[in-house]
Design a protein around this ligand. Structure first.
Ligand code: SF4
Length: 80
């Protein structure tokens, strides 16, 4: 049995129920999740706690470390 007729809702032709409009912050949140992390050293698995990149065995300059999308060797951090 459909729930809407029981509740007395949406039984007229064209009277389709729908969700309220999504707030902008929810839309932004979904886009943010879909985009994934910004690809920079600070989110890279290869960026050690000592500031050394274990891929290149060098310390990336601060400007490079925060530059997004500049390194082809970026790897997403393992979550454990
Ligand atoms: S692999 Fe690239 S993005 Fe990752 S820490 Fe090294 S230089 Fe940074």
């Amino acid at each position: 049995m459909a729930l809407r007729p029981v509740l007395g809702e949406g039984d007229a032709a064209g009277d389709e129920m729908s969700r309220h409009a999504e707030p902008d912050f929810v839309t932004d949140y979904k886009r943010w999740l879909a985009a994934g992390p910004p690809r920079c050293c600070h989110t890279c698995e290869n960026y050690g706690n000592d500031g050394m990149c274990v891929e290149f065995f060098m310390t990336p300059p601060a400007e490079f470390a925060e530059a997004v999308g500049e390194c082809p060797s970026w790897m997403q951090e393992v979550p454990f």
